[in-house]
Design a protein around this ligand. Structure first.
Ligand SMILES: NC(=O)c1ccc[n+]([C@@H]2O[C@H](COP(=O)([O-])OP(=O)(O)OC[C@H]3O[C@@H](n4cnc5c(N)ncnc54)[C@H](OP(=O)(O)O)[C@@H]3O)[C@@H](O)[C@H]2O)c1
Length: 337
């Protein structure tokens, strides 16, 4: 067994779209846990859009990754050494271990994963942060009612594909927006969305949405921002709820798009647009995870994973996700269990 720990670090702060050369793989000895600590052998890394603002010049809600730092990121792994009374060797854990093969933890922010509930990789997807984002964002901020029209952008990704399915469970008319015909088929044929369209081959988003939501839009779950969101604003109903979850169309721009400005629609329609961070619901995670696990068990939720092999390919997986190459949750498999 190797005694070295491969770590993916930040080499250069990306400007515009990230490149593989912005990252650098380094090796250091596998660390030894001190008192009250344990060692995690990472099995899967999570690849998430929030990492883009974190490695860039802009401001994010987490501390920026500095040049030379291990890339911040979630992961699932196995405890291989422990001096911590709460974590035993061979337990499966999920936490922010960073993009590396081995991580030391004192247990802060780490949760145990039941490997008998579902494949352990789901702790980074449907039964993890993206699932909780979909659950609380849609139900608490969006408050969908049966019969209402719900539009989801970024619909075939980790969060979006779950948002649409939860909205279907709640009896809504659901329309998804995604970037390939394969994704559109996934949404309508596997995830049960009523309608979906490919924004890359649709010229007029407003006209398309008007056709697919003839009664207007009551809830918009926004993962992308930009021109898609501009089109939605023109179609919202009275008392609509706009859930501002992500703005991925803006993350790689050197300057944010400034126009058009449709906020007047909030006045005329007495509507609400509200941003949120999944972490604000941390106290209620057990509720969200229990409900998502229940729906999964009942076959009411489907999920997909796009898995890239090898920590050395994590930057490629990240860039691929930003380009839309993933369906469902993008992961990197680091090691076999
Ligand atoms: N508020 C929170 O607490 C919270 C938590 C988690 C995630 N988020 C946000 O939720 C969104 C989805 O996250 P995720 O983890 O589920 O990622 P994801 O949807 O699995 O992956 C990102 C997807 O974004 C789409 N995309 C990329 N560039 C785009 C563009 N210019 N315009 C439209 N779509 C574009 C791509 O799909 P296409 O092929 O469809 O383009 C890509 O597959 C992100 O904006 C993320 O920042 C927020």
């Amino acid at each position: 067994m190797s005694t070295m720990n491969k770590q993916m670090t930040l080499a250069v702060r990306p400007v515009g779209f990230p490149k593989e050369s912005d990252f650098k793989l380094v090796e250091s000895p596998i660390p030894t846990p001190g008192p009250g600590e344990f060692l995690v052998r990472v099995l899967y890394l999570s690849v998430d859009p929030y990492m883009r603002p974190l490695i860039g010049e802009g401001r994010s809600y987490r501390a920026a990754v500095e040049i030379g730092d291990v890339i911040t990121g979630g992961g699932v792994g196995e405890v291989t050494q422990s001096n911590h009374p709460g974590f035993a060797v061979s337990e499966i854990v999920e936490g922010y271990f960073g993009w590396q093969q081995y991580a030391i933890s004192d247990g802060s922010g780490v949760r145990k994963v039941d490997p008998n509930l579902a494949p352990i990789s789901t702790a980074l997807g449907v039964l993890g942060m993206p699932g909780l984002t979909a659950y609380f964002g849609l139900l608490d901020i969006g408050q969908p009612q049966a019969g209402e029209s719900v539009v989801v952008s970024g619909a075939a990704g980790a969060v979006g594909s779950l948002v649409g399915q939860i909205a279907k469970i709640k009896g809504c008319h659901v329309v998804g927006i995604a970037g390939t015909d394969e994704k559109v088929r996934y949404l309508t044929e596997e995830c049960g969305f009523d309608k979906a369209f490919n924004y890359k081959t649709t010229r007029n988003y407003y006209r398309k949405l008007k056709e697919l939501c003839p009664n207007g839009i009551d809830v918009y779950f926004d993962n992308v921002g930009g021109a898609i969101t501009d089109a939605v604003f023109r179609l919202i109903n009275v008392r609509a709820r706009i859930v501002v979850c992500g703005q991925i169309s803006q993350y790689n721009l050197e300057r944010p798009e400034m126009e058009p400005r449709w906020l007047w629609a909030l006045i005329v329609k007495q509507a609400r647009a509200e941003g949120f961070l999944v972490f604000q619901f941390a106290e209620r995670y057990p509720e969200g995870l229990a409900q998502m696990a229940q729906w999964l068990k009942e076959g009411k939720l489907k999920y997909r994973e796009t898995i890239t092999e090898g920590i050395e390919n994590a930057p490629r997986a990240f860039i691929g996700m930003l380009k839309g190459e993933n369906i469902g949750k993008q992961l990197v498999k680091v090691a076999d269990r």
